[in-house]
Write a protein of this length. Sequence first.
Lengths: 373, 332, 532
Amino acid sequence: MAGGAAASGMQGAPRWVGTVLLPLVNLLAALIVSGLVILAIGQDPIRAMGILVNGAFGYPEAIGYTLFYTTNFIFTGLAVAVAFHCGLFNIGGEGQATLGGLGVALVMLPLDFLPWWALLPLAILASMAFGAAWAAIPAYLQARRGSHIVITTIMFNFIAATVMVYLLVNVMIAPGQMSPETRRFAPDATLPLLSEVFAWMGVKVPRSPVNLSLVVALIACIGVWVLIWRTRWGYEIRTVGQNQQAAVYAGISPAKNIVLAMLISGALAGMMALNEIMGANERLLLNFSAGYGFVGIAVALMGRNHPAGIILASLLFGALYQGGADLAFEIPAISKEMVIVIQGLVILFAGALEYMFRPHLLALFRRRTAAAG
Amino acid sequence: MEDIRFFILLLDATLRVSVPLILCAMAGVFSERSGIVDISLEGKMLLGAFAAASIAWLTGSVWVGLLAGMGVGMAFSLLHGFACITHNGNQVVSGVAINILATGLTIVLGIAFFREGGRTPSLAADERFRPITLPFADALADVPVLGGIYSELISGHNILVYITFALVGLVWYVVYRTRFGLRLRAVGESPAAVDTAGISVARLRYQALMLNGALCGIAGAYLSTAQSAAFIKDMSAGKGFIALAALIFGKWKPVPAMLACLLFGFLEALAARMQGMLDPSQFAEGLGRELVKALPFFIEALPYILVVLLLAGFVGKAVAPKAIGIPYIKER
Amino acid sequence: MTHPATVTSTVGASGTMVSGAPPAIELVDINKHFGPVHANRDICMTVEPGSIHGVIGENGAGKSTLMSILYGFYQADSGEIRIGGQPVDIRTPLDAIAAGIGMVHQHFMLVDSFTVLENVMLGAEGGLLIRAGAERAREELRRLEHEYSLQVDPDAIVGELPVGVQQRVEILKALYRGADILILDEPTGVLTPQEADHLFRILAALKGQGKTVILITHKLREIMAITDHVTVMRRGAVVANVRTADTDREQLAELMVGRKVLLRVDKTPAKPGDVLLSVDKLSVVDASRVERVKGVSFAVRAGEIVGIAGVAGNGQPELLQALSGMVAPSGGAVHLLGHTVSRSAPRGPRELRALGLGHVPEDRLREGLIASFPAYESALLGYHDRADCNGVVLMDREAAVDACRRKMEQYDVRPPNPMLGSANFSGGNQQKIVLAREIEQDPKVLLVGQPTRGVDIGAIEFIHRRLVAMRDAGKAILLVSVELDEIMSLSDRILVMFDGHIVGEVEAGKADERLLGLMMAGIDPRGEKQGA
């Protein structure tokens, strides 16, 4: 089972040290090492970072693009976080998002004569149902047969990719087309861009792919927060994740909650398809979920598995994606894959090397309080 | 005769496709039998491929490239060890981090150094591992059946292929017949037993990871300097995960894992050939045609499905090394 | 340094020898702290060569810590270890092995999937390749087996061997590495009586060959049966070093348990009513399918406290787990408030709570609280789906926090902050939170395990008074504790558990430490009923 749920373990230091300072220190370490890589390829790290930040937030269109990527990360980050709360490692976000896309397409293709606001509830349900279904088998196998969920979800990612290629090449392909995609959905059926929404309200905002699914994502954040911390189902999930013995003591079924948490997790990952398929791409295509599932792990880790932290971490990674694209444009020698390097380093420092800086921070704070007291 | 020839060619392709799988699976044997979960076989292989191709081009020697690949593999295995053994970090997260780092670093460095959109410069023929014709292969080529097997299937591979199969035997020998192998198997089952016998658990695991890294590096070098003539971005294409699947399917034992790799390689080669061979339009409309269209995809997904079935307990029992994934903390 | 009081003749304070050979082991003023806990205080112990030396004491006495220091797992804070008269520095197990010390742990350190030969060779393979060393190992094994009657098949898979044979493998491992001194930590805990007798014969053979054996145990019968000398430990210190022939069971029991100032609670005599909980030939197996509760029967009435005394590890945890529904019985039945729980009709903790059962678990951090939850959430554990703190969808957080605050005030939990993380309360306050939670649900039957472990004196008094108040209100209370004075001061009837059986029952008025100490070590002198 994954071990990285709640923050504590920073006895003697104020709570914000563990929840805010430590992730920032890990982030800083990742950025410093990234800077070293940039240096190694003969570029100026400071300049590169400057372009990155500007590319993410420096002009209105950039912010829109950043928010578009942020939406994806919110969904996959929430998915990983919910599973983490039950002590589980859901690596299958990509596959679950892919299946979510299938669900959305199955709603849109026959029904896109309807307007988007009629289709949205159906699309939400479909994406959740398909995403949850793709998580159901690994969930059941872990709960009832102890099959390691990390391996099964990785396998299901690959199976999903194969299924999607088959469907898009042979079954759902738009007639007369070469590339494996469905036909485009009717314009009124797809989610309005935020720039359009603002235009209705009389505000002029430059066009970018960020769309109404961002609102759905934020609502999902609230929903997850309420579920995990304010309902009895969330209480049970958290108890199983923190201490299975105590859960058994309380009469809480670990198996049942493992399955429940994974279904919710899969559903959240599936909703990523709303942004990509019903929002931006307006058709079902391959590989739209590529990378987002794994980075969702980084988002959950940095956000401490809390929706508020996940929103911030998603913004961070969205900014990295958008800024990285601009960086690759400005300095061709630094390709946009530099962002992937930074992501990997963040996961390394915030996840695998999580404990590395902890004792030093603790010592720092103990010395401070000792000196002050 | 046509069928036999087809079959021989299919097996020939199987061998070539299976080599990186087998090398990564052997790497996985060392790390997982020592108790360290390793899902970063993919990443290390990719990094090894990049290093091997770059250094081979820079130095003009494919063997130096091979050493570079092994070195890079070992470096990242050490990183994994540093996170998991020394800092008791989460082994799955560390593996994910390395995979993502590999994807990014190989392209960033590739574009920065070579400016060819992510690939390394093409290697000349003498900067690669070339096919070796075994003695008398040409002469025997026309002998029915056996001649074909000898000249097509067994002869004509590059040296890494032969080394790989020899390595399987070597890995088996190390794991089951040497002191190191005994201790390796022990530490994955019961680190406490190893500790009380006076052996350092950490040192043993680091040694296992070094071997793991070297083997992944060789797998990568094969991809970029034997099978192909350059490093191409994302060229590992999930092979590291298939190797992991094969390792589990082979119950963490070297020879069964090799057989599983051959099986999965066979499926991959078969699927590729089927795409070309079967023409769906020859079948009547309806279910038959749909099944034919679906068949190559099904075969492609089969390795993953088999692993899931295995883990679910439907195809025998897969019992991982008992202490796997649990950081060893000396607590009393 | 003053040596602890001894009862009869002392043997060999460091320096004075009887036979002329230096002592096999001398421990001089060994001290070990774990944070604030002083686990070993000024330990002085001398072990004669070629003898079997027993170390007896209750849990927490410090025996295992001391042996771990001897074997190199820990390092003492101060003091000296001498082997054969020479001071040695033992930092790792390798040093201990080099000094001729071998250890057979309570939980075996074996690789289940290996053969006996492979387990013995691990660490002493005799070369890079196994084949070379294996032949030599086989021969040596044959010699050892012959010399000490330790018959084992070298090619058998260890995981498939019975526990008694596995233990022989552990002994062989130590002898193979050249141990002259063998430490056995609670070796008979997992053995049948026959296997235990066989072990004693092996130990006698070892002694006959000049080996030195240290036997750590809490079982008096074993001490009296095979040891030559005994060291009694209590609360981290040595209270006696005696020759076994110069003492008897009663004396050792008293030393082990000690004359403590009892925390007597004022209570009126019990007025027991109906039987609310009865246990009928209950058997429970643990996770490894070893039977830990072996056909136990007793009853608890309304308005009485039944105490179960015993050294830890004699089946008490498994008993409580079965009674609380966490684990299904493997045999027999439990009758609770008119409902029956058995292997074929299991009931989970939630059902039993609904019937009116409360459970204060033995290990509050592992079972009773969630360390990272705020106190008010831990205060909901087991009752989180009750109507009084739940709406249709949302939990009524305010109600839960208020309820927690009220309980904290009533039970004097400090600080009375429901939002504080459960791990941040002291042991006593944590226990009060758990107790408040269970008591406030007004159960009819209350199971209580180790209620004052790690709890300060003030909280102990509070908790004891609460339990008596529950009893007076007509509840049936089953108290399981390794603290004898707690059992004696609270219980109306006392049952003693040893090796999964109830050794005997004593009325509270007729109980004294000597009798209970003997029973806890397996002997009921009143009927000379022997425990395993």
